[in-house]
Ligand binder design. Structure first.
Ligand code: GCV
Length: 722
């Protein structure tokens, strides 16, 4: 390069920096971009309907709500909306809870108020003295805040604000993120930087991030956060850390977000100086009561504890010959006087149990149905193994009618390509929520189990293992923001359609231009099936590499715990492939209700996407389309790769609609995804080919490397594995 061009670049440098910073901010703003509405006709329609804000009430939440409205409207519409003291003009946006409304208005909305719970909201065009206004109201101030975000969403997605009559309320009570964040700043299974919580600077330094985190969560209705890892450190319960937790709770409170903590079962020993953590021991019970009282003096609305007990080496009641009920109820008794709850995880399996791992949680928990205290909710992962690209729904759903069960989804992509792969997870969530347990006949969906409607439970919940970290864009991959967003939307209403969610997220995050929205929505919707195809087609599962779970490792067979080895799950040999969980095998199918069990048990009726989850089949077993299992597996792997190639070409055309930085980021990430999809295909097919002894069918590309090469790959510093 000559001198002149250097000079030219130096001159350009400040502008380049400005544009990079601007797009970095776009990344940071998530779905709350509030980008100016581009259609001028729409802008003038909106502006003619919005002529000032009247905010009733003076709580922190109402203050936050009207600030958000001003921010949104000024940026979306250049509407320098002013806060007014009273309604003089026409077309005023009025926000306030039921108690702040005048009696006549409040009465006129009786019907609407009856339809909502304490977190629901009403957005309605009303007339006062023959003048039109838009009212955003609710039974509580938090409901008003939710209404404000949803009103802004109407404009963000270019919907009309004329003659509004929207009544909406969440169907599930506890809509919570689980952060697997460690006190040293690392995040277990975190792929987007380090922990958001800067424990060193807390409580005095309140990072703007904490406020934006709360805004983002409130905008989708998330109302709880567990700050720390389920593989817990007892120090979080010491005064030093509780002081910091209190500062976060104070920051989140105006946004309706309650703080919860994980409780390490052995904390009475580790930080309490006791000799035991036996839940039957009076001193242990008293220690927890005192600890809980101490927490509530600091945080009066503390939500409660999440507990991983007697699982993967974590301490629990079984260390003292007691059981899950004993452990959970002891903590529940300590929390009950303050209105706190226990979320007790059912993710348990043991190397000492020779039974199929998929059966163990059900066997251990179902006999306890009805034995937990009212303020205990059992948290169950969506499937019986561990957040695989596809699992049939967990058989515990529907099997414990006397116990509230909450769903645990994973938003972070531990087994789905980390934050490098574009995988739209609401598709997976919806598949699970729509699954029919048949416990009370057809239509007894998992969604109805967890929203409490199937068995009339008052306490209901849904948790998502967060994918959020310190990366500028929060989630590592710009499209992983959609998984956080989509989780929140489905937590609010588990019957929502993932396609609708994708569309609103795209419009709010990127653009309302249909030339962008339609192809990219399609790409998102197909991305989940793509990852299943290039990682674990036809019901294969748990064939990733060890520890870090990055990349394929179907050959791994040397781990001390048998159920940690991929060979335990695929059982490939000369005779065939798959885990026989039917009557002739582990009989895991019998844990489902008879209607479901029958379908899964019979190889003829078992949906092919679960075939090798439930059946061990010969290599030349014929699939419904006439292909042999071997050909079918190989072609699915190829299909997955082809789908990612299509995702690349689709995105390549989107340059005109997306800012340069996000466009390039996604482009680079999709290229990596394609490379890694091929790696999965080649490694898995070469490995399984040793057993099938068959050629790759026509249409499947030849592997790029040898099996030996793939087996030697090592990733000692892969993220998230601490
Ligand atoms: C927090 C899997 C993950 C672990 C995680 C565990 C759990 O085993 O690999 O990192 O631990 O699930 O959900 O408790």
């Amino acid at each position: 390069m000559n001198r002149i061009s250097y000079k030219y670049i130096l001159l350009l440098f400040p502008f380049l920096m400005i544009s990079i910073t601007l797009s970095a901010q776009e990344d940071y703003k998530l779905w709350l971009q509030y980008a100016k509405v581009s259609d001028s006709k729409l802008v003038s329609d909106y502006n003619s309907n919005i002529n000032g804000i009247v905010a009733l009430g003076n709580s922190e939440t109402i203050r936050v709500a009207s600030k958000e409205l001003q921010l949104g409207l000024s940026s979306l519409l250049d509407n320098t909306t002013v806060i007014q003291q009273n309604i003089e003009a026409e077309n005023v946006l009025i926000l306030g809870s039921k108690t702040s409304l005048n009696e006549a208005i409040s009465k006129s909305l009786n019907k609407e108020f009856e339809q909502i719970n304490n977190e629901g909201y009403i957005i309605k065009t009303i007339q006062i003295k023959n003048k039109n206004h838009i009212l955003i109201t609710a039974k509580t101030d938090i409901g008003v805040l939710y209404g404000v975000f949803n009103f802004l969403k109407l404009i963000q997605t270019n919907k009309s604000v004329e003659n509004l009559n929207i009544v909406d309320a969440p169907k599930i009570d506890i809509r919570i993120l689980n952060h697997w964040d460690n006190l040293n700043g690392t995040v277990e299974r975190g792929y987007s930087g380090s922990s958001l919580w800067n424990w060193q600077k807390l409580p005095d330094f309140i990072d703007q991030r904490y406020i934006d985190y709360a805004r983002a969560n409130a905008s989708i209705g998330i109302n709880g956060t567990v700050l720390n890892n389920v593989n817990a450190n007892a120090l979080i319960l010491t005064p030093l850390y509780l002081n910091k937790v209190e500062a976060l709770a104070n920051t989140f409170r105006p946004y309706g977000i309650k703080v919860y903590l994980t409780a390490r079962f052995s904390a009475p020993i580790e930080i309490g100086g006791l000799k035991t953590a036996d839940p039957y021991d009076a001193a242990v019970q008293q220690w927890w009561k005192d600890k809980v009282a101490e927490i509530y003096t600091r945080i009066p609305d503390f939500g409660g504890f999440l507990v991983k007990a007697n699982s993967e080496g974590q301490p629990g009641p079984q260390n003292y010959g007691r059981n899950h009920v004993d452990g959970a109820n002891m903590l529940a008794d300590a929390l009950a006087p303050f209105g706190g709850i226990v979320m007790w995880r059912a993710f348990v399996y043991s190397e000492h149990d020779v039974n199929d791992r998929a059966k163990q949680a059900y066997s251990e928990f179902v006999p306890y149905d009805g034995k937990f205290r009212d303020n205990v909710i059992v948290q169950v992962k969506n499937g019986a193994i561990d957040f695989q690209p596809r699992e049939p729904f967990h058989p515990m759903f529907g099997a414990m009618p006397k116990t509230p069960l909450m769903m645990e989804f994973q938003i972070t992509q531990e087994y789905l390509g980390f934050s490098t792969h574009l995988v739209y997870l609401p598709k997976l969530y919806q598949e699970v929520l729509d699954s029919d347990t048949y416990t009370k006949g057809k239509g007894s969906t998992v969604a109805k189990v967890i929203d409490g409607s199937l068995d009339n439970h008052k306490l209901t919940g849904i948790a998502g293992v967060a994918n959020i970290g310190s990366d500028i864009n929060w989630t590592g991959h710009p499209f992983a923001q959609a998984n956080w967003y989509g989780f929140g939307r489905l937590a609010w209403n588990p019957n929502l359609d993932s396609e609708v969610i994708a569309e609103e997220w795209l419009r709010m995050t990127f653009s309302n231009d249909l030339n962008f929205v339609n192809p990219i929505k399609e790409m998102m919707l197909k991305s989940r099936e793509a990852v299943v195809n290039y990682m674990t087609p036809l019901g294969l599962h748990h064939i990733m590499d060890t520890g870090h779970h990055y990349g394929p490792g179907p050959w791994v067979s040397n781990l001390s715990r048998p159920e940690w080895n991929p060979v335990y799950y695929h059982k490939a040999d000369k005779n065939g492939i798959g885990f026989d969980r039917s009557k002739t095998g582990s009989n895991a199918t019998s844990q489902y209700t008879p209607d479901v069990a029958k379908i899964f048990d019979d190889v003829k009726t078992c949906p092919e996407e679960y075939l090798l989850w439930f059946h061990h089949l010969p290599w030349d077993y014929k699939l419904k389309n006439g292909q042999t299992i071997w050909d079918g597996i190989a072609l699915k792997y190829q299909k997955g790769v082809d789908e990612v190639a299509t995702m690349n070409t689709t995105w390549d055309k989107m340059n005109p609609y997306v800012d340069e930085q996000r466009f390039r980021e996604v482009q680079m990430l999709l290229k990596i995804q394609l490379k890694e999809a091929k790696w999965w295909r080649d490694a898995c097919l070469l490995y399984f080919q040793q057993f099938s002894g068959k050629e790759l069918p026509k249409g499947v590309e030849n592997p790029t490397q040898t099996l030996e090469y793939f087996e030697t790959l090592k990733f000692p510093f892969a993220p998230g594995n601490n």
